[in-house]
Ligand binder design. Structure first.
Ligand SMILES: [Mg+2]
Length: 258
């Protein structure tokens, strides 16, 4: 006769078995589940926006901008980019040599980490060390190639390539030392692979507005035999003066480029 206690030598108590199964399930789920989305800088938790005053108070406006960035910005971007993607997919097969034009900053790449670090200021010169409390210089930031992807734009890019649409980047970044290599590296690093051309603003361009240069770049693409079916940018200066069948304006309340 087997005593009551001896039965447990060959059989685990039921509670232990359930605990082991639960532990294995947790490990398995954590191994195959997507990592939780990394909180955006400044969004953990989002600042509580306060009512704006008249005249506007700059600090309160900045808080409103951070709140918008943390809550609605991604959805607003995605809505426009999904619309652009649907149009490109629909139009691609009906046009000879179709092309898509993408701006880079706040269209293809996000510089939010630098924007927040600089408290929305534009710092033209100087080093960029986001671990310090010093301001981050624009050129050094660009050359660090640390901007991250705007994911729905990567999706649009890949959809365009899948439909044999040529993709050209036209950026207001200046064609100065290190900018082209760093920009190309940053684009490749975040998933833009196989594009057809990259226009940077000529070094000698001193115009107050980027519009003439961007308009010229699109006309140059057309001169090479392409039809630009969609032009996507976050500034109206990216989109002015035609040379595209449709234009798609992304939200950017964080800075303005004429
Ligand atoms: Mg831009």
């Amino acid at each position: 006769m087997i005593g009551h206690g001896e039965r447990y030598l060959g059989r685990k108590p039921r509670g232990v078995t359930i605990a082991v199964i639960a532990a294995i399930a947790c490990v398995w789920l954590s191994a195959f589940s997507p990592a939780p989305a990394r909180a955006q800088a400044g969004c953990n938790p989002p600042p509580k926006p306060e009512p704006l005053q008249t005249p506007l108070n700059l600090t309160l406006v900045k808080r409103q901008l951070i709140y918008y960035r943390c809550t609605r910005y991604d959805a607003d971007l995605a809505r426009v980019l999904h619309e652009a993607r649907a149009f490109v997919e629909r139009r691609a097969g009906r046009v000879a040599r179709p092309a898509l034009v993408l701006d880079i900053d706040e269209t293809s790449l996000s510089n939010w980490e630098k924007i927040l670090h600089n408290d929305f200021g534009f710092i033209a010169e100087g080093d960029c060390d986001l671990n310090s409390k010093r301001a981050c210089g624009q050129g050094d930031w660009d050359r660090s190639a640390r901007a991250v992807a705007i994911v729905p734009t990567v999706d649009l890019f890949n959809a365009a390539k899948a439909h044999h649409v040529a993709v050209f980047f036209i950026t207001g970044r200046r064609d100065v030392w290190g900018e082209r290599d760093a920009t190309e590296f940053n684009l490749h690093k975040v998933g833009y692979e196989g594009w057809n051309g990259l226009y940077l603003r000529p070094q000698e361009s001193n115009e107050h507005s980027v519009t003439p240069y961007k308009t010229w770049a699109r006309s140059d693409i057309e001169a090479h035999g392409y039809t630009i079916i969609a032009n996507v940018g976050d500034q109206w200066s990216d989109l002015a003066n035609g040379h595209a069948e449709r234009r798609f304006k992304l939200p950017n309340p964080f800075y303005f480029l004429p």
